[in-house]
Design a protein around this ligand. Structure first.
Ligand SMILES: [Zn+2]
Length: 481
């Protein structure tokens, strides 16, 4: 599905030996090194003939393209490359972490690495790994000369922040930690001096506006030495804004064990009630019966909720299914995970599935896979080892760590292990901490929301969701705001 319209623009020389042969949407820069041409990015598949035509309008032959280097692997920068390679035999460079985006259209001749240098004719391009927009995004820097003066040209190959939105990341199975990389990349790139900024989309650097100005301006408008560092700050502010908006727009009101304030916890009755109260998420706990059936039950022992002796693991499902779970005069049965998902998997809600006993991860991951609910499920646990086992078994699932403390070591371990949802205790939450956690790349979900005052505080601090026993109160709060 195409979601863009693009138009070929009249190709032009920007400065020195740098030319623009892209469209009004996707950049393609050409450098005439004197010993052949280098293209920086190409475009979507249909851009190939436009690039060939633009080159010829400028008096160049596509056959003279010697190298095509890519800022990153997204289709709008790389998919025209295959055709240009067919016409020119050019060598292609791309960071190996972005090969997945090529859809097999071509195989890069060289995997770009941090610190690589490409020299051809009068041009020497330096490559800096600049991950965030994608894992394999790079930045380019090289000298360009005009009227006897040398300028530094530079391109940050992945300035777009929309690809760091939750929906996009989840859809493509990408980690929230790309956000952290993006912020770090911005800080690193700020230290570079760039006189001639190049945009990998023309709107990033007002390329076409500058081209129009260039026709009458006395100084070359592409020389813009004050632009680079403030642009990095702007991108950081933009992503922070996106993270804030997202926490509000995609906020998840999780009925904690269902609407457990009002109905027997972890029963269909409680879940149904929670949804009727406006919850857009259900949190529940999974344990295995003696015969290995995953059922929804919180406590280590059966006593509090059922009045029975022992624990879930002491009974077969056939025995357990006849126990009542009670709250006041209300009672219901212990549901299986299977029955739970048969009832709710198709609903437009988020699931937080907590692994209660060691070894539960397999049954839960299998269920998430077979119901196809990966995009709207987070598997959580207080047990870090269990989460590691889950990550090893089903790395495509989002994992959340329920923790009573959030010291630096815990956060570092989580990042190392790819556990990208942080579930801190509500009492610990402040707006400053939430901002910092978001910048580190965590999705933040509060637990232990004991009363409405804590609920309001956590919500105002900007968390992405929280579990509450009283989803009706949380619904009222989110409607107000
Ligand atoms: Zn992109």
């Amino acid at each position: 599905m195409k979601t863009y319209v693009q138009n070929q623009v009249k190709p032009f020389r920007m400065i020195g030996n740098i030319y623009y042969v892209g469209t009004d949407k996707f950049s393609c820069h050409m450098i005439d090194t004197g010993e052949g041409l280098i293209l920086i990015d190409t475009g979507a598949e249909e851009n190939a003939p436009m690039i060939v035509d633009s080159l010829s309008q400028l008096g160049y032959d596509v056959a003279d393209v010697k190298y095509i280097v890519h800022s990153h692997g997204h289709f709008d920068h790389s998919h025209a490359t295959a055709e240009i390679v067919r016409l020119s035999g050019a060598k292609t460079w791309l960071h190996k972490d972005d090969v997945q985006y090529l859809k097999g259209l071509f195989v890069p001749d060289h995997y770009t690495e941090h610190g690589d240098v490409l020299t051809l004719g009068n041009t020497r391009i330096e490559f800096i790994h600049a991950p965030g927009h994608t894992l394999g995004t790079v930045a380019f820097f090289f000298d360009v000369e005009e009227n006897g003066v040398t300028y530094r040209a530079g391109m940050f190959g992945g300035a777009g922040v929309n690809q760091l939105k939750k929906g996009f990341l989840r859809r493509y199975g990408l980690s929230y930690f790309l956000r952290d990389m993006f912020f770090k990349t911005l800080e690193m790139l700020k230290n570079y001096q760039v006189d001639v900024p190049l945009g990998n989309h023309p709107y990033h650097t007002h390329t076409l506006k500058k081209a129009a100005l260039a026709e009458t301006a006395e100084t070359n408008p592409f020389i813009d030495p004050q632009w680079w560092a403030p642009f990095m700050d702007k991108l950081g502010a933009k992503l922070r804004e996106v993270l804030k908006e997202e926490a509000k727009e995609k906020f998840v009101n999780y009925a904690h064990r269902g609407a457990s304030q009002y109905a027997p916890e972890n029963t269909i009755m409680a879940f149904d009630l929670g949804l009727s109260m406006g919850a857009n998420g259900i949190e529940t706990d999974i344990q295995l019966t003696k015969d290995g059936v995953p059922v929804l039950f919180h406590d280590n022992t059966l006593a509090r909720m059922t009045g029975k002796e022992g624990s879930v693991a002491d009974y077969t499902y056939e025995e357990l299914r006849w126990f009542w779970v009670e709250k006041g005069i209300l009672r219901d049965r212990i549901p299986t995970l299977q029955a739970f998902l048969e009832r709710y998997a198709d609903k437009d809600i988020t699931f937080a599935l907590e692994l209660k006993t060691p070894g539960t991860y397999k049954a839960v991951a299998d269920a998430v896979r077979s119901f196809g609910i990966r995009l709207k499920t987070v598997v959580t646990s207080f047990n870090y080892e269990e989460l590691l086992a889950l990550r090893a078994y089903a790395p495509e699932l989002s994992a959340g760590y329920l923790t009573k403390t959030t010291d630096e070591e815990i956060l570092e371990n989580m990042r190392r292990d790819g556990i990208d949802e942080l579930c801190p205790k509500a009492e610990e939450i402040t707006a400053e901490k939430v901002d910092a956690w978001h910048e580190m790349g965590f999705n933040v979900r509060a637990w232990g929301v004991a009363d409405t005052a804590l609920m309001e505080r956590a919500y105002t601090a900007g968390v992405n969701g929280m579990t509450v026993n009283f989803p009706d109160e949380l619904t009222a709060l989110t409607k107000e705001n």
